[in-house]
Design a protein around this ligand. Structure first.
Ligand code: NDP
Ligand code: GDR
Length: 378
């Protein structure tokens, strides 16, 4: 006879929705996006609305507006009902997630919500583990709780930060993981719980292992946007110097619009698999700085080394870039370079925007935004 722990598993759904068969259910096109207010959430919403989806998003309550990236898509449901709806929620609140899943009955769930800043994760390690790691589990379990595990397709926003310390390059789906931050470690849990639910419960769950992707909608504390904004402001005389951390870190930078297309493609396959999305090129932070200022007609000459390094405007002789160790990380990811061959072969995915065009788009957008602020103030 069994011991006291010989308890039969209770895998039947807790909430009994009146559901058609998975095939019938999936004739609708209803997406639910966590992290909809973020960079990727806004581009993915645009893409899915264009494709005729009804799109639902989970947004956090904030004391100030956090929906700026979505304004152009949102319509007051009283005046112009459209196929885009927002729900208050949080990846730390299981009941809320179950409620939203039961109410929306999505056919595709994109888990983009996260405390996504690597440096901040060292200050808020437990919170990052809760939201980025356990939050993924909560969303997967909310789907199961509603009995939708065979009906819903699930995308997990995994990341090249899983690779962390360089084991091999270029990094692909088979490269071993070695995360270097609480963020990377939390995302490692998210990655494996997604694989585990696919294997244990037959869920259609995929990891997109995405390398850095940027855009004019990138949050301003990530390095690319910090640089593009500062280059614009310095050229307009609104800022004198840009302070940065590690100038030698190398990243494989693509455009967010290209990458959300890859996310969608992963969920349209016959079988769930994990895919790397990357450009296959890597560039140091220093080059992003040089290119950004170059677009605005400024050439930088570097002088000094390490924490004393600074960038001089060759025309004026002024110091416009300085290293500030406050931006160094306790452990750094020095080099990321991805191999997108599997996604290119099986998904027919290919990035459209190259490095130079990305930098140009970001700098020009920030220049226009910064100029319009000057006009407002006048
Ligand atoms: P952003 O930081 O721009 O957006 C993150 C989103 O998550 C925001 O909508 C944010 O809400 C939301 N969020 C934060 N905490 C919670 C929470 N507790 N509950 C619910 N939602 C929350 O990130 P990106 O759009 O750049 O990235 C999207 C996803 O992809 C993230 O998971 C990120 O870790 C991952 N990723 C990103 C890459 C990149 O290069 N951009 C590369 C690889 C992976 P709010 O607006 O209120 O802060
Ligand atoms: P990353 O992006 O950590 O790669 O994570 P970030 O832009 O923050 O840093 C890239 C590299 O630039 C160096 N760096 C600085 N970074 C910031 N933020 N600010 C600075 O002043 C600065 N100076 C130098 C960093 O040390 C680092 O090496 C992003 C996030 O979107 C994650 O959510 C995502 O998973 C990964 O990309 C892939």
């Amino acid at each position: 006879s069994g011991g006291i722990d010989d308890v039969p598993p209770t895998f039947s759904p807790l909430i009994k929705l009146n559901l058609p068969s998975p095939e019938e259910y999936r004739k609708r096109k209803v997406a639910l996006i966590s992290g909809i207010t973020g960079q990727d959430g806004s581009y993915l919403t645009e893409l899915l609305l264009e494709k005729g989806y009804e799109v639902h998003g989970i947004m956090r309550r904030a004391s100030s507006f956090n929906t700026n990236r979505l304004h152009h898509l949102y319509a007051d449901q009283h005046e112009r009902p459209n196929k885009f709806k927002l729900h208050y929620g949080d990846l730390s609140d299981s009941t809320n997630l179950v409620y939203i899943i039961a109410q929306v009955q999505p056919t595709e769930v994109y888990n983009l919500g996260a405390q996504s800043h690597v440096k901040v994760s060292f200050e808020m390690a437990e919170y990052t583990g809760d939201v980025d790691g356990l939050g993924t589990l909560r969303l997967l379990d909310a789907i199961r709780t509603c009995g939708l595990d065979k009906h819903v397709r699930f995308y997990q926003a995994s990341t090249s930060e899983l690779y962390g310390k360089v084991v091999e390059t270029p990094q692909s789906e088979t490269t071993p993981f070695y995360p270097r931050s609480p963020y990377g470690v939390a995302k490692l849990y998210g990655y494996w719980i997604t694989v585990n639910y696919r294997e244990a419960y037959g869920m259609f769950a995929c990891n997109g292992i995405l390398f850095n992707h940027e855009s004019p909608r990138r949050g301003r504390t990530f390095v690319t946007r910090k640089i593009s904004r500062a280059a614009a402001d310095i050229s307009l005389g609104k800022q004198s110097c840009l302070y940065l951390g590690n100038l030698d870190a190398k990243r494989d930078w693509g455009h967010a619009r290209d990458y959300v297309e890859g996310m969608w493609r992963m969920l349209q396959q016959d079988a769930p698999e994990d895919f790397v999305l990357a450009t296959g090129e890597t560039h140091p932070v220093r080059e992003f700085v040089e290119k950004s200022f170059g677009i605005l007609g400024t050439t930088i000459q570097w002088r000094g080394t390490g924490v004393d390094e600074e960038g001089i405007d060759t025309k004026t002789g002024k110091v416009i870039v300085k290293v500030d160790p406050v931006y160094f990380r306790p452990a750094e990811v020095e080099l990321l370079l991805g191999n997108p061959a599997k996604a290119e072969r099986l998904l027919g995915w290919r990035r459209k925007v190259d490095f130079n065009s990305l930098v140009k788009e970001m700098v020009e957008a920030d220049l226009a935004a910064s100029k319009s602020l000057v006009e407002d103030q006048n």
